[in-house]
Design a protein. Structure first.
Length: 367
C-alpha cells in the first residue's frame, strides 16, 4: 500500500503543484511559519577513511594528504565559530580510518589514543567545556558505547542512510568500496541511538541510485524507519551533485521537478514531528523548495567551507531571509538539537544545562 502511494506521488498524474501545496500545508500546521537553519563551523577532524565512495572528494589517502587535525586546529575553528555567533561545531570525519590505514593508527598514537572514537570524544569534551558552541558529529557507524561517550558532550549526532539499495555495493556502483554503507549496519547505528536516547539526523542522498524502483524503495523504507525510531529528529534530502575527479563525475543529477515531488512525498508521509531539510548550497533554485514541505535549511557557515561539497558556496543569509519572507515564512536560527528533544530524556545533564542557558521558551536561541 505504501509503495503504491509513493509510486503514485512520484510518477503519477498528480500535478507537482498539488503535491507541494499539500506538503506545505502539513509543514505549516506542524512548524508554523518558521524556516530554521543552524549557524555552524565545519571541523574536518580527519579526511582519512576506511571507505572509498564513488562520489566523494572529502576523503584522502595518506599519500594524498589525508590526516587528522590537532587539538589546536580544532579549538581554533571552534573559537572562530563562537565569536561569529555559531551554535554548532560540526565534526566531519571518515569512518574509523585506523581499520584500514597504519598511518591513522600512528597519528592516533601520537595523540595518546588508539581509536578515532576516543580522539573525537576528547575533542568534543574540550569544545563542550571551553566554548559556547555545541558539538555535532558525523563519525560514521556508531556502537552504543561510542554514542554513550558522545552524549556526554553533544546534544545530537548524524548518520546519513544515503540509500537502502544493496545494489550500490556492487562493482561499478557508488558504494562498491564502502563496506560501512551496508544498510543493516547503518540502521543498527540508528537503533543504538534510540536505545541510548541520542537525537539523530539522517537522510537520503538522492540521485546515487539508477532506477525508479530503487528510488521508490528508498522512500518507502525511509518512512518505515522513521516510524520505528524515536531518535530521528530530522531527515535530510540531499541532492547528488557530480564532482570532478570522482568515478561518478558524469552521472546525471536529479532534476528540479522530480526533486520537488520527492520532497513533498516525504513530507506528506513522514511522521509530522520530524523536521525535513534540504541543503541550500546544493540547490541553486532554493526559493522553490521553501514551499515544498521543508522546515529547515541545515547548517550554514559564515566562516568555513562545506568540506563535503567544497564547490558549492553557502548562500547569503540576508537573501535567504528575503526569500523566506516572500514565501510567507521567517528564517530563524536553531541549535543542532531540535526543541522537542531538549529535555532530560534525550540530553545528558551537562549538555541540557548548557543548552538551557542559550534558548528561549520555544527552544530556539535567544535573540
Amino acid at each position: 500500500m505504501l509503495k503504491e502511494k509513493v509510486e503514485n506521488y512520484l510518477f503519477g498524474a498528480i500535478p507537482t503543484s498539488d503535491l507541494t501545496s499539500e506538503a506545505f500545508e502539513i509543514k505549516k500546521v506542524n512548524f508554523g511559519d518558521k524556516i530554521t537553519y543552524s549557524p555552524k563551523v565545519f571541523i574536518p577532524l580527519t579526511t582519512l577513511c576506511q571507505d572509498s565512495c564513488a562520489y566523494c572528494t572529502f576523503v584522502k589517502s595518506p599519500k594524498e594528504g589525508g590526516t587528522y587535525l590537532s587539538y589546536e586546529e580544532v579549538e581554533s575553528i571552534a573559537s572562530v565559530g563562537e565569536s561569529s555567533g555559531c551554535f554548532e561545531a560540526l565534526f566531519t570525519l571518515g569512518d574509523k580510518p585506523e581499520v584500514k590505514w597504519d598511518f591513522a593508527k600512528q597519528q592516533l598514537n601520537s595523540f595518546g589514543f588508539t581509536t578515532t572514537n576516543e580522539y573525537l570524544t576528547e575533542n568534543m569534551k574540550r569544545i563542550h567545556e571551553r566554548y559556547n558552541i555545541f558539538p555535532h558529529a558525523n563519525p560514521g557507524l556508531m556502537t552504543s558505547d561510542e554514542i554513550s561517550n558522545y552524549k556526554k558532550y553533544s546534544p545530537s549526532g548524524g548518520l546519513m542512510l544515503e540509500s537502502y539499495s544493496p545494489k550500490l555495493l556492487e562493482k561499478g556502483r557508488a558504494h562498491y568500496k564502502a563496506n560501512t554503507k551496508q544498510i543493516d549496519l547503518r540502521i543498527k547505528t540508528l537503533n543504538n541511538a534510540q536505545e541510548m536516547r541520542y537525537p539523530m539526523t539522517t537522510g537520503l542522498l538522492i540521485g546515487i541510485t539508477e532506477t525508479k524502483n530503487e528510488l521508490i524503495e528508498d522512500i518507502v523504507q525511509l518512512v518505515n524507519t522513521c516510524k520505528e525510531n524515536a531518535a530521528i529528529q530530522e531527515i535530510i534530502l540531499q541532492n547528488f551533485r557530480a564532482k570532478q575527479n570522482t568515478l561518478m563525475r558524469n552521472n546525471a543529477e536529479v532534476i528540479n521537478d522530480l526533486f520537488l515531488r520527492i520532497i513533498a512525498t516525504v513530507r506528506i508521509l513522514l511522521p509530522t514531528q520530524i523536521s525535513l531539510q534540504v541543503p541550500p548550497n546544493l540547490s541553486p533554485d532554493i526559493e522553490m523548495y521553501l514551499t515544498s514541505g521543508i522546515n529547515d535549511l541545515g547548517g550554514i557557515s559564515p566562516k568555513t567551507i562545506d568540506w563535503v561539497n567544497p564547490d558549492h558556496l553557502w548562500p547569503d543569509i540576508e537573501n535567504l531571509e528575503k526569500l523566506s519572507q516572500i514565501s510567507g515564512q521567517t528564517l530563524i536560527k536553531r541549535l543542532p538539537v531540535y526543541p522537542n528533544f531538549i529535555n532530560n530524556e534525550w540530553l545528558s545533564s551537562p549538555v541540557l544545562e548548557k543548552v538551557s542557558n542559550v534558548i528561549d521558551e520555544d527552544g530556539y536561541p535567544k535573540q
